[in-house]
Design a protein around this ligand. Structure first.
Ligand code: BG6
Ligand code: MG
Length: 216
């Protein structure tokens, strides 16, 4: 079976919002009197807002009733949304537009598979929305990666077999989700974090249609 669709994670693949998530969570942890490392932050990539908060509170050795946890998640999201509201097309990561254009002109379907509930705002602010044939985000699927639901839903909406899809991911949980969906996975980042992917590159400038088709 050949390539029919590409499913893109958003944060850390097409746009560098991973840094904004990190800054906002760090601000929250600091306001509670502790900090966490960049290695720990790596584990937050790809997972939902509530799960991220749960992990961070555990690292800080603190626990709060659910109601307070909900307030903290809202607080972090407010800071995060402030940061992403300022985003423009300049923050689309290198290689993204060239690849999206190449896929489009070759009639490869394009889908989004993101855990974020803010995906639409980011896509609109950066001008990426028109490239997508289907959008699956944290408002549509609430099972967090590594559950394959977000990518399987993408394949369903695009009306393609999961085995004909390639996923682009910067998170280890996301690579795992792609593999569980029986899709090909291209890791964007470091081999040490994303070693299970079929191919790992530092950014999308290293990818063209030929590279993707060679995975099949
Ligand atoms: C993912 C990020 O794309 O979205 C995670 O990698 C983030 O770090 C998750 O927690 C949820 O995002 P949001 O915008 O709904 O808080
Ligand atoms: Mg990501």
């Amino acid at each position: 079976m050949g390539l029919e669709a590409c499913l893109f994670d958003l944060d850390g693949v097409l746009v560098d919002t991973a840094k904004y998530h990190y800054l906002a969570w760090k601000q929250l942890a600091n306001s509670l009197g502790f900090d966490f490392s960049e290695e720990e932050n790596e584990q937050l990539k790809g997972i939902s807002r509530v799960e991220s908060l749960r992990k961070i509170l555990a690292w800080g050795g603190v626990d709060f009733p659910q109601e307070r946890q909900d307030e903290l998640a809202v607080l972090k999201n407010g800071w995060y949304v402030e940061m992403i509201s300022e985003m423009t097309a300049n923050e689309v990561l290198p290689g993204s537009i060239k690849l999206l254009e190449e896929l489009k002109s070759n009639h490869i379907k394009i889908g989004l598979g993101s855990a974020s509930k803010n995906a639409k705002l980011i896509l609109d602010n950066t001008g990426l929305t028109p490239y997508f044939d289907a959008l699956v985000d944290g408002n549509i699927v609430n099972k967090s990666k590594p559950d394959p639901a977000v990518f399987l839903k993408g394949a369903e909406l695009l009306n393609v077999d999961p085995k004909s899809c390639v996923v682009f991911e910067d998170a280890s949980a996301g690579v795992e989700a792609a593999l569980r969906a029986e899709m090909k996975a291209i890791g964007i980042g470091a081999e040490k974090d994303l070693g299970k992917a079929h191919l790992v590159v530092s950014d999308l400038t290293h990818i063209d249609l030929k590279t993707i088709q060679n995975l099949f």
